[in-house]
Design a protein around this ligand. Structure first.
Ligand SMILES: Nc1nc2c(ncn2[C@@H]2O[C@H](COP(=O)(O)OP(=O)(O)OP(=O)(O)O)[C@@H](O)[C@H]2O)c(=O)[nH]1
Ligand SMILES: [Mg+2]
Length: 356
């Protein structure tokens, strides 16, 4: 039985309503990917977040009533909640309350296949939980907390922290081992030209990987279908040989614990000679998605040469296509699904290889 989820978004005075809506729509897709059924959406407008209840006490009471009436099992906030807000809202709603970051990490945990990806996800989740325990601890030792806020509860907290810390260091050791194996693998192919596919989740990276390499990577119309890097050798008709790597997709407001822990996977990108930045061209948030990809790459200090590749042109009208070609004269335009633009793409890669 799937979870029944209510999504909650707060639009503050300064927020761009278009972005809030876009983000909420994406949250719905994330919830769907995580296996939840979205039964209701609550949008609250306030000048600024309420420090105690985030969306305000009255709105939380309304939410609680909605949960009771609908039998919802999960409430997902599109924004980070402070540990104490999460706690208070959970008490009131009487069901599990998570935020966007936790939802994304949950999806990553569901989809992780290789040992490395599993370790990285567990580490990200633990680090997130740890940061919240620390937050809760600070709260408990707040001088305003009064009598009775210390004691067994505090001890339990200390135990939880210790356990999480131990587990994190064990995972770190495991990860080191896996990394050594990976590096040996990588070294043996360091002479070959390397191309990495990067892009927002659902842009069509795996579809292009399959088109060019017959790798048989899983393609799905959902977010984060790919979590593990896959690398295949591609030989072009011209005789040019290179390695092509499919990578995990990016998303706006990626939990930074995840960014850090996926560094290892993305090392493939950091070592690439060329990045193909794939764009979901028909998507209405195309520009925001492109900006998000560049922001994450910058965060990771990845600065490889990039070719911008506008994908899914089979779904584009002629006017949009010609406008884009005009505004992005150096970009390529393809359909990974139907094969348009494949030859130009291969030529562009071959040219970069020759320059190299
Ligand atoms: N119409 C059209 N659909 C495409 C094209 N390329 C990919 N798709 C569809 O877009 C969806 C996502 O494709 P994927 O290849 O899984 O995308 P991805 O970038 O690997 O996504 P993640 O692994 O989740 O980051 C699938 O439903 C594909 O069939 C294209 O050129 N045209
Ligand atoms: Mg993929």
């Amino acid at each position: 039985m799937s979870e029944k989820a209510i999504l909650v978004s707060l639009v503050t005075g300064r927020a761009n309503p278009y972005e809030a809506e876009e983000s909420l729509e994406e949250l719905g897709r994330l919830a769907h990917t995580a296996g939840a059924q979205v039964i209701d959406i609550v949008v609250q407008r306030r000048q600024r977040p309420d420090p105690a209840y985030f969306i305000g006490k009255g709105k939380v009471e309304e939410l609680a009533k909605g949960v009771a009436d609908s039998g919802a099992t999960l409430v997902v906030f599109d924004h980070p909640l402070s540990p104490s807000q999460a706690f208070k809202i959970k008490e009131a709603a009487g069901c599990r309350v998570i935020d966007r970051s936790e939802l994304i990490m949950g999806i990553f945990a569901l989809h992780a296949r290789t040992a490395e990806a599993r370790i990285q996800v567990e580490m990200a989740q633990l680090q997130y939980r740890f940061s919240r325990l620390v937050g809760a601890g600070l709260q408990m030792s707040d001088p305003g907390g009064g009598i009775g806020t210390r004691g067994p509860g505090e001890k339990q907290l200390e135990l939880d922290r210790r356990k999480i810390k131990d587990r994190i260091s064990a995972l770190k050791k495991e990860l080191k081992k896996v990394e050594v194996q990976r590096q040996t693998q990588r070294k043996s192919r360091s002479q070959i030209f390397k191309v990495a596919l990067v892009g927002y989740t659902n842009a069509g990276k795996s579809t292009l990987m399959n088109l060019m390499s017959k790798a048989g990577v899983k393609v799905e119309d959902r977010l984060f279908a790919t979590l593990d890097a896959t690398t295949r050798q591609v030989v072009l008709a011209s005789g040019h040989k290179f390695l092509l790597t499919d990578t995990v997709g990016f998303i706006r407001r990626l939990p930074h614990q995840l960014v850090a822990s996926f560094k290892a996977t993305l090392e493939e990108v950091a070592e690439a000679d060329l990045m193909l930045h794939l764009v979901d061209t028909p998507h209405r948030a195309r520009q925001e998605e492109m900006d998000a990809v560049h922001a994450v790459l910058k965060d990771l200090k990845i600065d490889q040469p990039e070719i911008l590749v506008f994908n899914k042109i089979d779904k584009l009208d002629a006017k949009t296509l010609s406008e884009l070609k005009w505004s992005h004269p150096k970009a390529l335009f393809i359909s990974a699904l139907e094969g348009q633009g494949r030859r130009e793409l291969e030529q562009a890669i071959a040219e970069r290889m020759t320059e190299n």
